[in-house]
Design a protein around this ligand. Structure first.
Ligand code: FCB
Length: 454
């Protein structure tokens, strides 16, 4: 029997992604720690507590797992509130701890990719107005200067800010992240502040480390009208998609922030990406809903019949990944997949999600598109923000009480992919048999049905 093999380019980065607050534990000086201690903020009243105990040293065993499983990269984040616990006061021991982690990654053959802002903020920053304060981009650039000066010998690839669109929306419009504001106008102002903060960070990093690769992790969520015939839904889907998906990538390309009804110029943001970092989880449909006023009268849904994850959070829509890659490609930059994954404690869904998405990524590299790597979210179950521990994204399962880890089948599946530098139909037969007919359809002896061109 002949097997299909989807080969990836030599030197392709295969890894996983984590963020400081979600894995370290004991991040007592950031806004999330406070938020978790308020009633009703986190599902089932859960808290990050020790998380995966990386601050206690368990990053060592987890990175060893990653390296043994054939990975060659890891995306971390640096916690601002540890490095600068009070304004202008720098904690040298925290910097040393991060140096230890980064050296540990490199010793294991994992290329570190480091995020400087991943949803959390020092408490002192929030007390001074958070991302609505004009001083914040400058404070951020000051933190970035310290962090990069102290770590530059260990890091070549930086991500300034993780998903500024998600952060601005969740913290200032949906009220799900601290500070829990519910005002779309504030969210738009925060997006603007983050574009400026990114631009300042970009220039700061290049001043210190001219050869660094600097980008953002953009969350791209394809949005379509739930009913293609519905003109209002079509309008809403395109409006929301423009605001959510396009404003930031376009602003860091040409320095123009295209807000609804007006364009703001931030000239220093022009050409401030060396690569396009893409986080992709799912495509969604937009339903017209008069009750959803704060959401511009649109509600996000997965159409009936979608293949959705166990908690209904993510739909398996790899076609949207392909179209997001196609869109990202217009900027003419190398692309790095900075996150992709799914919550699935039982690991029944993840294998076919992984296979389907890697197949679309392979289409891209097969057309010689400059995709440099893929970072799966996540290495080990971790604290999933307002959804606490109810969603499990890890290749390894974690019991946060005992800190015991257990490998899920997807960890082996992914290890085979990383080690082979590609995905084969035979692997899919073993790990996601239900997806074989869709991914590698065979009709009758010798007759192969090809996917229609996209
Ligand atoms: C992304 C976040 C990441 C994690 C995944 C599931 O939006 O960047 O921290 O929560 O979703």
């Amino acid at each position: 029997m002949i097997h299909a093999f989807h080969a990836f380019p030599r030197g392709f980065l295969w890894g996983t992604a984590t963020s400081s607050h979600q894995v370290e534990g004991d991040n007592r000086r950031n806004d999330w720690w406070q938020w978790e201690h308020q009633e009703g903020r986190i599902l089932e009243g859960q808290r990050s507590a020790k998380a995966c105990d990386w601050w206690g040293g368990r990053w060592e065993e987890d990175l060893t797992r990653a390296a043994d499983a054939g990975q060659n990269a890891h995306r971390f984040s640096i916690e601002w509130s540890r490095l600068e616990p009070e304004p202008g006061k720098w904690d040298a021991s925290a910097l040393e701890a991060y140096r230890g982690m980064l050296q540990g990654a490199r010793q294991r053959g994992l290329t570190p990719i480091v995020t400087l802002h991943h949803f959390t903020n020092p408490v002192w920053l929030m007390e001074q107005g958070g991302w609505l304060s004009e001083a914040t981009p400058g404070y951020f650039a000051g933190f970035v200067r310290r962090a990069v000066a102290g770590l530059q010998d260990l890091v070549d690839v930086w991500i300034t800010i993780n998903e500024p669109n998600v952060y601005a929306y969740a913290a200032y419009s949906a009220g799900a992240f601290p500070p829990g504001e519910r005002d779309l106008r504030k969210a738009l102002a925060v997006m603007q502040a983050m574009i400026l903060a990114h631009a300042m960070a970009y220039h700061t990093i290049h001043e210190i480390q001219p050869q660094a690769q600097v980008g953002l992790a953009h969350n791209i969520r394809e949005m379509q009208a739930l009913h293609a015939w519905h003109p209002i839904e079509r309008f809403l889907a395109s409006l929301r998609s423009r605001i959510f998906n396009q404003v930031i990538p376009m602003a860091v390309h040409d320095g123009r922030v295209r807000l609804p009804g007006r364009t703001v110029r931030i000239p220093e943001a022009q050409r401030t990406q060396d690569y396009f970092g893409l986080n992709y989880y799912a495509s969604e449909s937009v339903a017209f809903d008069l009750r959803a006023r704060g959401e511009l009268y649109g509600r996000s849904v997965y159409p009936p019949g979608s293949d959705v994850s166990p908690t209904g959070f993510i739909a398996n829509t790899p076609g949207g990944f392909w179209r997001s890659l196609t869109w990202a490609r217009r900027f003419g930059l190398p692309i790095l997949i900075t996150e992709n994954g799914v919550e699935d404690a039982e690991d029944h869904f993840r294998p076919r999600y992984l296979a389907g998405h890697l197949r679309q990524l392979w289409r891209a590299v097969n057309f010689n598109w400059d995709v440099r790597g893929y970072l799966h979210w996540s290495l080990v179950d971790n604290f999933e923000w307002e959804r606490g521990w109810t969603q499990r994204f890890g290749l390894w399962e974690l019991d946060p009480q005992t800190q015991a880890r257990r490998k899920r089948p997807s960890a082996d599946f992914y290890a085979e992919i990383c080690k082979a530098n590609g995905l084969s139909s035979e692997m899919v037969e073993r790990y996601a048999p239900e997806a074989v007919d869709r991914l590698f359809p065979r009709r009758g002896p010798g007759e192969i049905a090809f996917e229609p061109p996209n």
